[in-house]
Each structure stands twice: as C-alpha cells, then as structure tokens.
Write a protein that binds this ligand. Structure first.
Ligand SMILES: C[S@@+](CC[C@H](N)C(=O)[O-])C[C@H]1O[C@@H](n2cnc3c(N)ncnc32)[C@H](O)[C@@H]1O
Length: 269
C-alpha cells in the first residue's frame, strides 16, 4: 500500500491525541504569527483528530468558517463554523481561489503525489491567502540521553527501519526540508520557515507516539529485516523509561502567500 501507513488501528485515537499534544503549540503559534483572525475562511487538509480545525474555528469566529478534510474523517466533528468533509487531497477537487488560509500538518510527507496535492492546495488559496505546512525531517531522531548505550544502538536500528517503511510506502522522509523549494516553485511569495526539535523523554507524549507507531507498523518493521521482535520490545521499554530521552523529529513549518495580483485558478497548473 502506498501513502499513509498509520491509519486503521485501534491505537489511532491515542496516536492522534499524542501527536496533537506534541505539535499543537508549534502550529498554534504559527497561526498567530500569520494573523489568522475574525472572518477568515480556512481549510485544514488531513485534519486527523481535529485540534487545528477547532482552533481555527475559534480564531475566525462567527463571521469566518473552516473546512476540515480527511480521507478518514472519523476523528472529526462538524460544529458551529467548522465543516467536515471526507476528501482525498490527491484525487478530489477543491474550490479554487476560496481560502484565506490552507494548512496541512504531516500529510504531504506521506503522499507519493505530494506535489500534485500541494498545487491543488495553492490553487484553493485566494490571492493574498496563506499556505502553512507543518512537516518533519524524519531523518532527525536522535538519542539525547540514556543510562544504557546499547539501548541507543537498538533505537537507531528502529529509527532506520521506520524510515525504510515510510519510504517503501512512498513517503519523502526529508519532505520538511524539501517543502520550501516546492512552495517556491509554485510561485508563492513572502516564504518563511522555522525548524526546531523538542526532547521526548520516555513516558511522555512524543515517546508514546513513537511506541504506538512501533505497534501500528510492527509487521512492516520486521519485514525490513533491520529490526527483530526483541529489538522492538527493547525500544518499547526504552520509550517508557523517563531516563531515555530522544529528540523529536526535526519539525519544520513552511509558509508562503499567494501573490495578491495572481488570478484565481491560474496558479500551479
Ligand atoms: C499524521 S496524520 C496528521 C493529522 C493532523 N493533520 C495532525 O497533524 O494532527 C495524517 C492525516 O492525513 C490523513 N490523510 C492521509 N492521506 C490523505 C489524503 N490523500 N487526503 C487527505 N487526508 C489524508 C490521514 O487520514 C490522517 O488523518
């Protein structure tokens, strides 16, 4: 199967919650700095558990509105000014020239057709509208502290296997870095980016997210031949130990604006 590999397990709700607790502070700060406010019309692509759509709904108020899409919208709720739509960003059309903000977090990274999807997102912007992407450079996931150096070696094997599984499914594991060029190639202006990483101690949200990933992808991870079942047990034990600390993936926000003099529908064909 190509594309998104983490859906359709009984762990997906907990995965979404951990992900949101790790990343929402970063995304919400960026939405502030872009000036999202009353009356804006916003689109959140691949909205997952819905925390960003809910936040946007609060920011845009009664005079604004939010459309949140996902191929698997079971974690999303329509309410107030937030509308949920089942939608595949690769294959399904979007209205063009309609949105003041189009946001996607950890979606395009997974999709082999990410540039086509990105072009569709850019066409959906009004002239002057903002695109915001939150993505990872998955190659950056380092052990910051451990009482057992051997555990760090096993974790590095797990990390290599995880990247291999993602790449086998068509992910660009360095998409966080490549997004800037892609946004530039689509003619956006006022482009900016910010990268950072946070410590993820064992037992915390980030470590739990990784542990869930190790369970969701267990068969595929073993199939790479890069890790054993014993390695995965060891990684899970490390990820529940507060003395074992990894850095998060490098988390890269990239933003840009559709030129004001651009004609709706012309962009990125
Ligand atoms: C890693 S989750 C991120 C969820 C949310 N954006 C967040 O950051 O909390 C990726 C989401 O993208 C959705 N997705 C995967 N492929 C998609 C596609 N082709 N079109 C729209 N959504 C997609 C998945 O169902 C999942 O909810």
């Amino acid at each position: 199967m190509n594309g998104y590999v983490f859906g359709a397990t009984d762990l997906v709700d907990e995965q979404r919650e951990a992900m949101q607790r790790c990343l929402d502070p970063i995304t919400f700060a960026r939405l502030e700095s872009l000036g999202v406010g009353q009356g804006w019309r916003c689109l959140d692509v691949g909205g997952g558990g819905g925390s960003v759509a809910d936040r946007l709904g609060e920011k845009v108020g009664e005079t604004g509105s939010v459309l949140v899409t996902d191929t698997a919208p079971d974690g999303l709720r329509s309410r107030g000014n937030v509308e949920v739509r089942q939608h595949d960003i690769v294959t399904d059309e979007l209205p063009e020239g309609e949105f003041d903000l189009v946001h996607a977090r950890l979606v395009l990274l997974h999709l082999p057709e990410r540039r086509r999807a990105l072009a569709r997102m850019v066409r959906a912007l009004k002239p002057g509208g903002w695109l915001l992407l939150g993505e990872f450079d998955c190659t950056w996931l380092r052990v910051l502290a451990t009482t057992d150096p051997a555990a760090g070696v096993v974790f590095a094997r797990f990390h290599r296997a995880l990247c291999a599984v993602l790449e086998q499914a068509g992910a660009d594991v360095e998409w966080g870095v490549h997004a800037y060029q892609a946004v530039q190639d689509l003619g956006l202006v006022e482009i900016g980016s910010h990268a950072g990483a946070q410590p993820w101690p064992g037992g915390g949200d980030g470590a739990r997210w990784l542990e869930i990933n190790s369970r969701q992808l267990e068969d595929r991870l073993l199939g790479t031949g890069l890790v054993t079942a014993g390695d995965l047990d060891g990684v899970r034990a490390s990820l529940s130990d507060p003395a074992f600390v990894v850095s998060s993936y490098l988390t890269i926000s990239t933003w840009g604006r559709r030129p004001l003099d651009d004609t709706p529908g012309r962009a990125a064909r």
